[in-house]
Design a protein around this ligand. Sequence first.
Ligand code: CTP
Ligand code: CA
Length: 225
Amino acid sequence: ACRLVTPPDLSAETILITAGPTREELDPVRYLTNHSSGRMGYELARAARNRGARVVLVSGPTDLPPPAGVSLFRVTTAQQMRDTVLEQVASCSIVIKAAAVADYRPMLRSGEKLKKHEHRLTIELEKNPDILAELGALQNRPFLVGFAAETTDLRTHALAKLQAKNLDMIVANDVSQVGAGFNVATNIVRLIRRDGHEEQLELMSKELLAHIILDRIQESRQRAV
Ligand code: CTP
Ligand code: CA
């Protein structure tokens, strides 16, 4: 399936989208990260822009060309992503958190390249802020959409995240399935809404999925009015 027309149905909205991984540095030459490519977030940004939205894209490190006409903020670490998101959120009616934020960062970042010494090395990590949970706790929160990347018990884990982070919708992503998740152009997801509505989607391009996510956001916001 594809879309031949994209109506400007989001022209009244400012949508903040986060995309890509974060990168947590250990020393000047090494870092911790994950397999996120940023594709899902960039497709969402492109689709939202095509539908008339003002788009604020907060992106971790990726090789993707940013869509024209979006306000791009490049960040590296989870803490930088948090600061940028919290600065930008006040002007946004919708936030979609497609980024794969590193849950931990090294306790100490060495200014010099670490040298090898012993047979074993232990690296202590500390927890990063949960950006989405902070947004969920805001007084005047925007419509909030999270992603859940899982390899087991997809529905249970996704529902728990929806509730714990006070979201309006979660896009549950089984990253162990072929054709889903990291670094591919397609995805297989289940959309779960705060009102209990659930929808299992077939394997599809991230481009089409981006449009369906935006359709469902608009439908549930219109219902809430
Ligand atoms: N997220 C976030 N800040 C973090 C971690 C996650 O904003 N520090 C967001 C992600 O962008 C995503 C959602 O929370 O939209 C769920 O991320 P996920 O990694 O699936 O869940 P976690 O809550 O981190 O739990 P876990 O990794 O233990 O499954
Ligand atoms: Ca996580």
